[in-house]
Design a protein around this ligand. Structure first.
Ligand SMILES: Nc1ncnc2c1ncn2[C@@H]1O[C@H](COP(=O)(O)OP(=O)(O)O)[C@@H](O)[C@H]1O
Ligand SMILES: [Mg+2]
Length: 257
């Protein structure tokens, strides 16, 4: 693992009018690690990654890349700085080919402006293969791919276009169990490259334990726990997941019924 985090957030605050969605969040993510970001609905996970991805400007606080302060005015700024985000809804067009989805908006053309389909097909095939999916015909429609393969497509695309931090928003939540395992394998193959930091947003404590080097728990816009698996040993992860004390209260209430 690198000695300095690739990405660092310091005391990030995001307010929407009077509402504080992030109340001073610190987060370090190193190249070659999977950092799971956990927390209940409304904890602030999406707000945090949208701030990292240049969708929201932070109200206060600072983002650093390789130690240097950065300001993102647009998602394009964040993408140019190496932050690649795969959102839950994926933004793939099922009617278009795997290749066209891979290059969407960044197509390769020859000097006459004609799409260079052969070259794009080859790149798509090779990039998918690198992270474990051998798509025999990338000119087939994305609609023929499984949900896990679609996630892999979005991940391969982000990496090909320069992501050094890969932010995955609930990549396993809409999938069946077999597909979920495929996505976890893809994540581990990306991790094995050693040069990419992965932020893995999930509700699933088991998935997080399977692949994450470190975990950060958010509740109501605050970090309520963070550390490596070893550091979190003995912590009640299920309680952290549920946002702290609420879970213990609920257990008591349920027992009393
Ligand atoms: N654009 C927005 N305007 C106002 N409130 C928002 C906005 N986006 C998120 N919130 C609020 O911020 C809190 C955190 O939301 P979010 O980051 O989506 O949580 P999570 O992804 O962990 O479920 C929620 O209470 C949500 O209603
Ligand atoms: Mg969310």
């Amino acid at each position: 693992m690198a000695d300095q985090p690739f990405l660092r957030c310091e005391k990030l605050v995001k307010r929407f009018g009077p509402f504080t969605a992030l109340g001073g969040v610190d987060l370090d993510v190193y190249s070659g690690e999977v950092h799971a970001l956990l927390g209940d609905n409304g904890a602030g996970k999406s707000t945090l990654i949208k701030t990292l991805a240049g969708v929201h400007a932070p109200t206060e606080g600072q983002i650093y890349i390789e130690g240097a302060p950065v300001t993102f005015r647009t998602p394009r700024d964040a993408s140019n700085a190496g932050i690649g985000t795969v959102y839950q809804d994926l933004a793939v067009n099922p009617l278009m080919s795997v290749t066209r989805n891979f290059f969407m908006g960044r197509e390769l053309t020859n000097s006459f402006g004609v799409l260079n389909m052969k070259q794009m097909d080859e790149i798509t095939h090779d990039e998918m293969l690198k992270i474990g999916i051998d798509i025999s015909d990338p000119s087939q429609a994305v609609g023929t791919m499984s949900g896990g393969q679609r996630q892999t497509l979005a991940i391969a695309r982000a990496i090909h276009f320069g992501a050094k931090v890969l932010i995955l928003d609930e990549p396993t939540s809409a999938l069946g169990q077999k597909q979920q395992m495929e996505v976890l394998k893809t994540m581990m193959r990306v991790r094995a490259r050693g040069d990419i930091a992965i932020i893995f947003i999930t509700h699933n404590e088991i998935h997080s334990k399977l692949v994450a080097d470190r975990m950060t728990f958010l509740a109501l816009g605050q970090v309520i726990g963070s550390g490596t698996k070893a550091e979190l040993e003995g912590e009640d992860i299920r309680r952290l997941m549920a946002g702290g004390a609420e879970m213990a209260d609920l257990e008591q209430e349920l027992a009393a019924i």
